[in-house]
Each structure stands twice: as C-alpha cells, then as structure tokens.
Design a protein around this ligand. Structure first.
Ligand code: ADP
Length: 675
C-alpha cells in the first residue's frame, strides 16, 4: 500500500478520499486554491499545498502545479476524485510519466470512453446493447438528416465529446433537424472545442440505470450492482438509489454482465460506471462509461457494506480485487440526496454566500453501513459553518445518504434526514428535495428522467405564506430570546433583583400583552400574545388560540389549541429561520412591544410599525402602572394598544391623535416615578 497520496480535488470528495486513506494508514496531501485556503479538506489532510488562484484553470485543473505539489510532498499516488481532471487522459498519462500512480484507469481506457461515438463503436464490437442510432464519423448534415429519418423521430442529437448534458438536442420531426443540429454543434464547439455529434433514438420515459464496475491489474472485473439515477433536472442527477426499484434478478445480472463486458473490452482497472438508459419494460442500452468514481457511489457502499475508495487504493497499489463476483451481495436499500446551494424557484440558479448556520442530521460521516444494521444518515460534506460558497466551483454542499431494510424504510429515513438539515446564508434545494422524496411519483417508484417535470405542481407549489402555526412558533421563539436577553442583562445589571428584568420565559409577566410584527417578503403579520393567569392567548390573522410551548435542546414544542408540533427556530440578525418537517421559512422581526427588546430603549416607547395615532390615553405627568394602556395606534387596519412596560411617570408625549407615525418613532417618554 502507498505511504502517502495526493488528492487532486476539493470539497466533499477530497474529504471522502482523505478519510478512507486515513483508515488504511495512508498519509494524505490536500491541494487548495486561494479560495479554499480555509476549506474543510485542507484541515482534514495531513499536509496541504497551495496550487493557484481560484479559477479552476489556474488551480484544480493545473497539471503542472498538481504534479509539483506531489513531488514536493513525496506523494506516491494521485487520486483525482470526480470532475476536474478525473477523466483527463493527459493528466493520467502525465502522472505516470512523472512517476506517480494515477488512482484510476489507464489513459488509454479513459481515451476509449472519452468520445461517445468511438465508445459506441467499441461497445458494438463487445456485444453491449446500444440505443438505435448513428455514431459514424461522417458528419455531413444531409447524411445526418437521412440517418435521423431511418432512426425515426423523436431523435436525440448528442455531442460526441459531450458531458453534463451540453450539446444535446431533442428533435421532434425532420423539419426541426437542421436548426437543432446547428445549435447543438455550436454549443459542443464552445464547450468541448469539438462539434462532432451522434444521433440516438429518443426514448420516451426512460430510466437512467448505471452499473458500478471494478477492475484490477490482474484482469479481474466485477460489478457491484446498479444505481437508479432517473431523478434528474436538466440531465443532472438529484436523487440516486440502489438497487434500482423493480429490476428483476435476471435483468440485474444481464445488465451487470453487459457492464463487465464493456469494461473488459477496454482493459479497465479501478472504479468505473457503465451508464445505461432503460425503457420502462426493462430493455436497456449502453449510454456511456464514466471512468472514475461517481458522486453517487455511497448508495452502492451502503447496500454492499464496502468502501469503494479503499478498493480504489488497493487496486491502484496492484492488489487483486478484495472480492470476486460470487462473493458479492447487497442488502436493503439506499438513497442519496444531493444538497446544492441553488435556488430551485429561480431555475436552480446557483447561490453564493457565507454558510452562517449549518446543521446536518446526526450521523456518522463516511461510515459504510454495516450490512443489515439500521445505519443512521450518512453525511458526506466538504463544508462547515462559516465557509463561503463562491462562484468558482460546483455548488454542491453535501450528500445525504440513508439506508433502510427496504425502500419504504429508506424513504422515511430520508424524509427525517432532510427535515434535520438547517442551512442559513445561501439558498438551497433542501425543501425541493424533501418534496421530491415525498412526491407521489418518487415514493411510488414510478421513475423516469422526466419525473421532476411531470411532478411540477407537486414540487413547485405556490407559496402559501406563513401559517398561524409558523407565526405562533416564531413569536414563541422571539419571546424566549427576549427572556434570555433580559436574564443576561439582569445578571450584568447593578441591581440583578430589579423587577425591570423579570422576563422569565413562559413565566414572563409583562403586563397584559406583547405584540410582534414579522415580515415575510412583502407581507407583514401582527402577532399578539396576551398573558392571562390561565395561560397564554395568541391573536393572529383574526383568530385567537390558546398557546403553550416549551423548548428542549433547541427544539420548540409549540401547542395551539392543544395541537402540538415541533419546530427549530434559528435567529440570524432580525431574521428568524423556522425549520419544520423539511420546510424552511424566514420571518423578519419588524418590531416588538412590551419587552426590553433592542429597539425599545428603556424609558421610551417606540411605534412597533408605521401607523396612525388613534388615541392618547394619558397626559404628560401622569403616573402609570405597568401594563396600563397609553396610546392606541392603528396600523394595517388593526388597533394596537401600546402599554406601559413598567410602572413610571409619563414625562413627554410626542404625538397627538390623528398623526402619522413611522416605525420606530418614539411615542412618549416614560421616566421612573419616585414614589
Ligand atoms: P452527458 O454525458 O452530457 O451527461 P448522457 O449521454 O450521459 O449525456 O445523457 C444524459 C442524460 O440524457 C441521461 O441521463 C438521460 O436522462 C438523457 N438521455 C440520454 N440519451 C437519451 C436517449 N436516447 N433518450 C432519452 N433520454 C436520453
């Protein structure tokens, strides 16, 4: 085995490889760009080297810098991770030339699969089933049009050099062919510097099923079963699972053997994935081979109990495969969800920013499920709270992987795991993932690559705004925070026994009521809490509820008219973030009245919202008792009574009835009365 390896990557996969290597007693070298100086993978490795400026071209794609770092640190092998240089035959060749073992296949194997058309010609020879189509070298538009006619519409045009769905066009009829071909070529030329294309029959409602293969330098190749990655958006995987639902043992074996034949035909070594496209009846066709470890490899690990990265290291070190085909088995069901910093409502636009709050479900990181035992959620992540998500790299934040005895159990665990994720600072797809997992199509295993599109109504529901429960939860959270603040202030104040500071959570007694205004987007919500001896009453959106609640280890238990629910509330500045059953709501505190909250300066009383003074109930000089009504304001077509937060004397009144006040305007000044 190697003594030391360099990981030519970043993010979660760099962390994943470092952890696996450490478990094998192999030392690790991380590399980083200037944008990643403080990244998690850098801290996790035994050593780290800077390789350049943030742009990938200058750092993670910079072969010279990577080889230099390997030389300097005395690494013996280089793990490319996925993405970046993982499928770059020149990098694999340069590693070997420089005397490092490339932890992956030989450059020739990468090259053989790098071109989709050439790969298909190879697979045809190896007897692997292909989607009916054209993958010849002649690229004459007239010939391509003729071939498309032979295949029968709809036809899919794909860039031979393609990847990431670029240069792909669906053509419904001959009339649209020429235009689609031109634009596919333009896109392919721009993305890959190569405008050659191939044609395929466009399958209706296909599934994406891929087989994990592994080869060693002794010529052994095995398959580690399949993954269903049909849930995609814009040809990018969102949810992956293993095994593929509904696949029979016979189909599984047939697909596995076809994948092994594909790998053997190019003398494949290391971890690879043969991607198939499958019709609903189970007929499957070769699509392409990825000559690297896949993002979604953990679902295979969870059902086989194997560590694929450790296998990669073993095979790269020249060891034979740890297990033969007949020793391989799988158990249960695993699902992976990719958590991205992106905005699903805005066409999945990547989102950047600082991860001001990050909480993941309890789980053992990188743990491979001991086959047959109820494993908790596994979290593969490359980020920590406080990290900055920059526009330089892929916005994937983490992968959430769960295992269950069967698909139903795994689904339930995934729902729970997603509900436990809390991220503040960037937009994420967590809520979208939770809806997708719970959708009729996904939970019913009615899978095809169009699942997201055809489930749109379910996955992108209209925003219903904050519910009364949300408002109750956020008001409750705010009261607790104010009570905690008051308690802290009392501790520090000269007179810790001052009655001004008695604001003790649910026993707080601040006069008759407490008003809070929260904004959500354009909308504002007024929440009033009345403190009565028999309990608390919550007035919100014209309704009154009996309110009760408590907090335990950061989880709020809130009860409205006896119906209790759990929620976590996290404050970030004036924003309250509510995390409840996988949904994330943000409510911004506009103002509060009735408690020593910042914004309401002791001795003054400010308008909690813009409005009109309806009535002034006291005169300057009057002595008032805590809770006494002072001013009635009208705002948002409702009346709000501003009450004295404590005993005192009205020193000055700043507004008359009928006057408009802006939010935060001081209405009157209350001073301590001396007896
Ligand atoms: P890329 O390498 O650009 O990702 P692939 O060939 O892997 O392209 O295809 C990406 C996705 O496009 C597949 O996962 C599948 O959803 C869809 N797709 C590919 N080929 C076909 C086809 N012949 N019919 C229908 N959908 C297809």
């Amino acid at each position: 085995m190697f003594r030391k390896i360099l990981i030519a990557n970043r993010g979660e996969i760099a962390c994943r490889v470092i952890t696996a290597a450490r478990a094998m007693g192999v030392r690790t070298v991380a590399v980083y760009s200037d944008a990643d100086r403080d990244a998690r993978h850098v801290g996790l490795a035994d050593e780290a080297r800077r390789i350049g400026t943030p742009e990938a071209r200058a750092s993670y794609l910079n072969i010279e810098a990577l080889l230099g770092a390997a030389r300097e640190t005395g690494a013996e092998a280089i793990h490319p991770g996925y993405g970046f240089l993982s499928e770059n035959e020149r990098f694999a060749a340069d590693c070997a030339k420089a005397g490092f073992v490339f932890i992956g296949p030989k450059p020739e194997a990468i090259a053989a699969m790098g071109d989709k058309s050439a790969a298909k010609r190879l697979m045809e020879k190896a007897g692997v089933p292909l989607v009916p189509g054209y993958h010849g070298e002649n690229q004459d538009p007239a010939l391509l049009l003729k071939e498309a006619g032979k295949i029968g519409y709809p036809v899919l045009i794909k860039a031979s050099a393609g990847g990431g769905g670029k240069g792909m066009r669906i053509v419904e009829a001959a009339a649209g062919f020429a235009g689609a071909l031109e634009s596919a070529r333009r896109e392919a030329k721009a993305a890959f510097g190569d405008d050659r294309v191939l044609l395929e029959k466009y399958l209706e409602r296909p599934r994406h099923i891929e087989v994990q293969v592994f080869g060693d330098t002794q010529g052994n190749v095995v398959y580690l079963f399949e993954r269903d990655c049909s849930v995609q958006r814009r040809h990018q995987k969102v949810l992956e699972e293993a095994p593929a639902p509904g696949l029979s043992a016979a189909q599984r074996m047939k697909m596995g053997q076809a994948a092994v034949a594909a790998a053997k035909s190019i003398g494949y070594t290391g971890a690879g994935t043969v991607e198939f496209i499958a019709a609903q009846d189970g007929t499957f066709y070769f699509m392409e081979m990825n000559t690297r470890l896949q993002v979604e490899h953990p679902v295979t690990e969870m059902i086989t109990g194997l560590d694929l990265v450790q296998w990669q290291l073993a095979v790269a070190a020249g060891e034979p495969l740890p297990l033969q085909q007949k020793q391989l088995a799988f158990n249960g069901h695993a699902i992976e969800a990719r958590i991205y910093a992106e905005n699903p409502a805005k066409g999945f636009l990547p989102s950047t920013g600082t991860l001001r709050h990050l909480r993941m479900p309890e789980g053992s990181e990188f743990r491979v499920a001991p086959t047959g035992s109820p494993a908790p959620a596994r979290v593969d992540s490359g980020v920590r709270q406080g990290d900055v998500i920059t526009p330089h790299y892929d916005p994937m934040l983490a992968k959430l992987i769960v295992w269950g005895e069967d698909r139903g159990v795994a689904l339930g665990r995934m729902r729970n795991a997603l509900a436990a994720v809390e991220i503040i600072g960037v937009s994420t797809n967590v809520e979208f993932l939770a809806r997708t997992v719970a959708s009729k199509a996904f939970s019913g295993a009615d899978l095809d690559t169009g699942l997201i599109e055809r489930s749109r109504a379910e996955l992108f529901p209209a925003d219903t705004g904050a519910s009364d429960e949300d408002l109750a939860a956020v008001a409750f959270a705010e009261l607790l925070a104010e009570a905690a603040l008051a308690a802290a202030q009392a501790k520090n104040s000269a007179d810790p026994h001052s009655p001004w500071n008695i604001v003790d959570g649910w026993r707080l007694n601040l006069g008759s009521h407490h008003e809070l205004v929260f904004a959500q987007g354009e909308k504002t919500h007024l929440v009033q809490i009345h403190f009565a001896p028999e309990g608390y009453r919550l007035s919100v959106s014209g309704r009154v509820y009996a309110l009760a609640g408590r907090e335990e280890a950061g989880v709020l238990q809130v009860s409205l008219d006896g119906a209790a629910f759990r929620v976590r509330a996290v404050r970030d500045g004036a924003d309250w973030h509510l995390f409840r059953d996988g949904a994330h709501r943000v409510l911004t505190l506009q103002s509060a009245q009735g408690a020593p909250e910042p914004g309401i300066v002791a001795g003054s009383l400010a308008a909690p919202m813009p409005g009109k003074v309806l009535q002034v109930l006291v005169q300057a000089g009057a002595k008032v008792a805590k809770g006494a009504p002072l001013v009635i304001l009208e705002a948002m077509k409702m009346e709000h009574t501003i009450a004295a937060p404590r005993d005192g004397r009205v020193a000055e009144i700043y507004f008359k009835a009928g006057e408009q006040v802006s939010e935060g305007a001081e209405l009157l000044r209350l001073e301590e009365s001396n007896g």
